[in-house]
Design a protein around this ligand. Structure first.
Ligand SMILES: [Mn+2]
Length: 350
């Protein structure tokens, strides 16, 4: 079913007259082009793009079926009054205060979208999956080439910058987020951004990175050793890898996401490292690197076919080092698992 038909069904189910879309990733998803600045108003009959002259040509070329509303000509409130809106759905997490103040108007009631578009975005078309896959393949190749560059005496930032350059040379338009290169005791910080620290012999290095290809993100983590590291860190590596593989092996369609998360946490806790695994097990990945829904204890969704997502357990030992291993994958309509990232997960000692 077409995404606008799905959205209109949801608008009707909420007994509303219109949805005001303001979340950037929802705008780029609906328009299928990035960098649009403006709003989208979806009513049962029409899709209106409330924006300015910079975007008129692109809209006419790419989505001529949508109606342009020139914000230089009419205020948002006047426009909505003209449309006789009584119940307006908004995206409260992505609406700025000035627009919200204008929308506080006696003509209508405001309703929360409650992830209306995000829930539709969960299930990808095969064209969307192909883009995530290409973004994942770029990440795989960057990992392989980075192994030649990672050595004692090179700073984390230098490694991160080289990785970002490699990904762009391979066709990525951007990185999914600022590349994480965390070495030695810094690898025990789950989100240690790359720093000036020089990588040294006998350290673990966590590389967490991803690339954007035609608007879709990948997200991968690999952990490698530079020289030999303690037996405990090697054991922790094998435990995280076993937990990640076991979690992926037990995944099935319609499985509650919180059950996937619980499986990974139980696996690691039963082997003595429960408190050292202090984050969720994964998240959906697509138009945004971390998009709705998250695979954690609070998740209320079940796993649909064609949702691209990550599985990324980790164990972090303060003052020693940390290990995280993350892949991107999806299940097809038959429940078959497809791994999108394929970079080696063997123990690597450089
Ligand atoms: Mn991730």
């Amino acid at each position: 079913m077409d995404k606008f038909t799905q959205i209109r069904q949801e608008i009707a189910a909420k007994k509303a007259d219109a949805l005001l879309v303001s979340r950037p990733a929802n705008l780029s998803y609906l328009l299928e082009f990035t960098d649009y600045e403006g709003l989208i108003i979806i009513t049962p009959q029409q899709v209106y793009l409330y924006t300015d002259g910079r975007f008129f040509a692109e809209i006419k070329a790419l989505v001529p079926q949508f109606v342009i509303v020139d914000r230089a000509q009419i205020s948002l409130v006047q426009f909505l009054v003209q449309q006789q809106i009584h119940q307006l759905i908004i995206e409260p997490d992505f609406l700025n205060v000035s627009t919200f103040r204008q929308l506080n108007h006696q003509s209508w009631q405001l309703l929360d979208s409650s992830n209306l578009v995000e829930k539709i975005r969960m299930v990808k078309t095969s064209a969307e999956i192909a883009r995530v896959q290409k973004a994942a393949q770029i990440a795989d190749q960057v990992f392989e080439e980075t192994l030649n560059y990672l050595k004692p005496g090179v700073s984390e930032l230098a490694v991160a910058n080289e990785m970002e350059y490699l990904g762009k040379k391979l066709g990525a338009s951007a990185t999914s987020f600022a590349t994480i290169v965390a070495s030695g005791i810094r690898s025990a910080m789950p989100h240690g951004s790359a720093s000036d620290k020089l990588i040294a012999e006998h350290e673990l290095v966590v590389l967490d990175f991803g690339f954007v290809y035609h608007g879709y993100d990948s997200d991968i983590t690999r952990t490698v050793a530079v020289g030999s590291v303690s037996e405990e860190l090697q054991e922790v590596y094998q435990l995280v890898l076993a937990a990640q593989r076991a979690t992926i092996d037990q995944i099935y369609l319609d499985q509650p996401l919180k059950a996937i998360d619980a499986f990974a946490h139980d696996y690691i806790a039963q082997r003595g490292y429960g408190p050292q695994y202090m984050h969720g097990t994964g998240h959906s990945v697509g138009r945004e690197c971390h998009e709705y829904p998250t695979l954690n204890a609070a998740s209320t969704e079940v796993l649909p076919a064609q949702m691209t997502f990550t599985i990324e357990p980790g164990i972090y030992l303060p003052h020693q080092g940390g290990v995280r291993i993350e892949d991107d994958l999806y299940l097809d309509n038959t429940g078959q698992v497809h791994m999108l990232t394929q970079a080696s997960k063997d123990w690597i000692e450089l």
